[in-house]
Design a protein around this ligand. Structure first.
Ligand code: UT7
Length: 319
């Protein structure tokens, strides 16, 4: 079977920044509470004119440019999103049209904050089995549109953005191992249960979360899957140069790193200025660390994410 490796990364954050102090003018909260409980200081918010596929386009263009390929070489597009532009067509099809590369398969993956893990694993297997040679994999979200801006328990946590990678066929192993999991029994502790029916929105269209229950589940599930991914790949923890975790809560990130025996100096953290950007958070963090030179070619990187469903996963790779 063929190998797949990341050829280039890219990301995009909307220009508008919403600080904790600005939020404290809208709901009963404080910078002190948000920072001490989550580690978040600010988040980017898309303008009314921007769509998820617009954010995805900018991240994708950067990833294609950094990969040094022609966009016409892309033969698969997967977008991980939980906030698509519309019910259908998929955001991946809208992105394909904006990129001007008709023809290749394009589809969305919905695993909320774990979406990028599912999308990357899918693209990896397309390449391994010879069904694609150069895949564009994007995580893009406008979470601000599914938040109840009067609910302080959730509106302080999330932000908007997009991250992308070009994954290409390779002689050398890039992605070393991937592991995914889901458990629908936890559907009620994190969801946005509305649906469109009869021309109307039925049910609650805002993100609902039982924060403490999610926190507890996330720490255990992420530690378990990260440990199993390394064990199955036969890679010792000490060999991991960088952990790139989903950015939901600094305390969850610290706890997972501790379970893995990794010092925080080897963990990529973008949460303070971005908040939780759901499916976009891992590729955003990956791109930031590649661009500032922390993650270098040949290093071993562990990605991990978890979100509503519950769905979670980890991908171990040699960058
Ligand atoms: O990406 C998907 C995965 N998501 C996550 O991983 C999120 C996981 N959960 C968390 O990050 C944390 O549970 C939260 C940050 C959401 C909440 O932190 P917590 O330490 O678990 O706080 P809590 O929900 O137990 O609330 C503690 C108190 C409550 O007040 P009382 O009942 O003790 O009087 C809340 O009403 O803090 C109150 N509170 C707030 N106070 C000020 C909740 N939100 C706020 C707020 N500002 N924004």
């Amino acid at each position: 079977m063929a190998h797949s490796r990341i050829l280039g990364t890219g990301s995009y954050l909307p220009a508008n920044v919403l600080t904790n102090a600005m939020l404290a003018e809208r709901v009963e909260t404080s910078d002190e509470w948000i920072v001490s409980r989550t580690g978040i200081h600010a988040r980017h918010i898309a303008s009314d004119e921007e769509t998820t596929s617009d954010l995805a386009l900018k991240a994708a263009q950067a990833a294609i440019s950094n990969a040094g390929i022609d966009k016409g070489e892309i033969d698969l597009i997967i977008v991980a999103t939980t906030t698509p532009d519309m019910v259908f067509p998929s955001t991946a099809c809208l992105l394909q049209e904006k990129l001007g590369i008709p023809g290749c398969p394009a589809f969305d993956v919905q695993a909320v904050c774990a979406g990028f893990m599912f999308a990357l694993t899918t693209a990896h297997n397309y390449i391994r089995t010879g069904m694609a040679k150069k895949a564009l994999v994007v995580g893009a979200e406008i979470m601000s549109r599914v938040l109840d801006w009067e609910d302080r328990r959730t509106c302080v946590l999330f932000g908007d953005g997009a991250g992308a990678v070009v994954l290409g066929e390779s002689d050398e192993p890039g992605i070393l191992h991937a592991k995914l999991a889901a458990d629908g029994r936890y559907k009620d502790i994190l969801n946005t249960p509305a649906q469109i029916s009869g021309g109307k929105i039925q049910g609650m269209p805002y993100l609902h979360m039982d924060g403490p229950a999610v926190f507890k589940f996330a720490v255990k599930a992420l530690s378990d899957i990260a440990g199993k991914t390394l064990a199955e790949a036969g890679v010792p923890q000490d060999d991991v140069d960088w952990l790139v975790p989903h950015q939901a809560n600094l305390r969850i990130i610290e706890s997972t790193a501790k379970h893995l025996g990794l010092p925080m100096e080897r963990v990529i953290v973008t949460l303070p200025q971005q908040g939780n950007t759901s499916a976009a958070s891992i590729p955003l963090a990956l791109d930031a660390a590649v661009r500032d030179g922390r993650i270098r070619r040949g290093q071993t990187v562990l990605l991990e994410g978890i979100g509503g469903g519950f769905a979670w996963g980890a991908v171990l790779l040699r960058y």
